[in-house]
Design a protein around this ligand. Structure first.
Ligand code: G4P
Length: 302
């Protein structure tokens, strides 16, 4: 499957972000804990050069806990500060203030040496669409937050949200664009629903997801769809070619159609409907907590 998506406003967004980044001390980068690498754009490393960085593994509630721990260690080893959060419920948000202080320790100490006390850290939230930036800002800032007035130099409409004595947040998140040079990245973003399904072949997408699940989470399929997929979804033990794997995946899709009673008019199995059910089950967490990729050192998952 060839996934292509070039948002036209990319250059404009990048320019706006470059301007906004000049105003801040810290970048809070949200990534999706199920795809911590595929959901980040490495251009942020260049854009945010010289700024402290805190990475939030958002939607941690949907990710595989063991894999999240592996990601935390890996990201920390790359020099980032990292916190796992669930922006929907607010879990993990309490740890952010301490992480911010830690990430900005140099700036805080520099201020102190210059006799500047209590100047809040200014932060900006960035991330690709759908990682949860708005949800995060709403939960983190809460209802009690006070917006400070417009300040010179801030893009029109942008305001600072004063979160505490020590932290101010730019109220508009910076939108990064995902990278599609690697088709695996495109696929993973499509699995989690971050690419418009209308431009994708749903059955093909579902079959690719099944291939991944058969290898990494075979029990998830069996637990959800039962007998109808049991045999096909079992790990074969033998390495098989991707076309072979896809053939099996389509048979699993037929099994899902059977398990869910999806029939076409001619009484055949409606695999298109089954594909929608599978993708929907995955995206809403009904297949369990699943992380689609491992840190590079632990082997890329294809
Ligand atoms: P964005 O600004 O980065 O584009 O993302 P946004 O906040 O709109 O969030 C995208 C979707 O992700 C929303 O779901 C939101 O509720 C969900 N979300 C955000 N953070 C978390 C999290 O930590 N855990 C989980 N499980 N979900 C999260 P939606 O279905 O598009 O909208 P809604 O049903 O919440 O209204």
């Amino acid at each position: 499957m060839n996934i292509q998506w070039y948002p036209g406003h990319m250059t404009k967004a990048r320019r706006a972000m470059q301007e906004d980044i000049k105003l801040i001390d810290l970048i809070i980068e949200l990534v999706d804990a199920r795809v911590p690498l595929s959901s980040r754009n490495p251009d942020i490393d260049q854009l945010g050069k010289g700024k402290a960085r805190l990475i939030l593994l958002n939607k941690a509630d949907m990710a595989d806990e063991r894999r999240s721990e592996a990601w935390m260690s890996w990201l920390k080893a790359q020099g980032f500060y990292v916190v796992k959060v669930n922006s929907r419920t607010g879990a993990g948000l309490k740890q952010i203030n301490a992480a911010v202080q830690e990430a900005c320790r140099e700036k805080i100490e520099r201020d102190r040496r210059r006799g500047i006390l209590n100047r809040p850290v200014r932060a900006m939230v960035v991330g690709i669409p759908n990682v949860g930036k708005s949800t995060f800002i709403n939960s983190f800032a809460g209802k009690a937050c006070a917006k400070t007035g417009n300040k010179p130099g801030v893009t029109k409409g942008n305001q600072w949200i004063r979160l505490s004595r020590t932290l101010e947040l730019l109220d508009t998140p910076g939108i990064l664009w995902p990278r599609f040079e690697d088709q695996q990245v495109g696929l993973r973003l499509a699995f989690i629903g971050s690419i418009n399904d209308e431009i994708l072949q749903k059955e093909e997408l579902a079959a690719e997801l099944i291939c991944f699940l058969m290898k990494s989470y075979p029990d998830a399929l069996k637990a959800r769809y039962g007998e109808a997929v049991r045999e096909e979804a079992a790990p074969s033990g033998e390495p098989v070619s991707h076309p072979e794997e896809l053939k099996r995946a389509y048979r699993v899709l037929e099994g899902i159609a059977e398990a869910r009673g999806c029939l076409t008019k001619g009484n055949g199995r409606d695999t298109s409907k089954a594909a929608s059910i599978l993708l929907d089950d995955f995206r809403s967490g009904r297949l369990g907590r699943i992380t689609l990729e491992l840190p590079p050192e632990q082997g890329e998952e294809k």
